[in-house]
Design a protein around this ligand. Sequence first.
Ligand code: ZN
Length: 240
Amino acid sequence: MKLLAEMSWEEIQEYLAREDRMILPFGATEQHGPHLGLGTDTFEAEAIARAVGEKTNLVVAPTLCFGMSHHHLAFTGTISLQPATLIAVVQDILRSVYRHGFRRVMIVNGHGGNEAAITSAIHQVTDELPQLRAKIFQWWSDADAYRVVIDMLGAQAGSHASPGETSFMLAIRPEAVKLNRLKGRDARVQSSRELMNSRLFPQKYPDGIMGLNPNNATRAVGEALLKKSVEICARELDEW
Ligand SMILES: [Zn+2]
């Protein structure tokens, strides 16, 4: 596998003589209920990115482990970048890789809270760097990838830290899953038009889980989700 962090600058130069695509994973460090590690979104983005890198033989950049997680800041341990900081970080990363010759960047985002900052950054930086092109893959918002979860878990899938995401973690990082810490719960996600913040989130989701009982999670669902996500990303890169 071609991990940028394991390659020397000369190896990157040789790679760039024949290739201009790269895979760039973005994660977060934020609470994921009483039962998942704070690196959940980082592990997810990294698992997809590395498997896609393996399949396509393209360079995988290091995973950014901090994201925009302000709405989770009431929960201990969460580390969040301001939206403007994250926009600046994304732009600086893209300007750096462009300078050396990367032109097509597949962003694998593991955290919903990053999406607005990433797309804002891309709008600005692609205007400034005319040959830069970027794609984004998010497992929960990609209809084809998420259908795997819905087909297997139905309405139980839920959202943040729910059975769907817990399944993903059982498949890729079981040591960061602590199902014995869960207390019984069956609070459905209440849909709302109100935007989340660090005061509303814990009122609405006191234990940090947006959805149903993660005990419904299975490793098989996570494995199927990873496989589908990798297939979609690899195809996007192949056809680019
Ligand atoms: Zn997550």
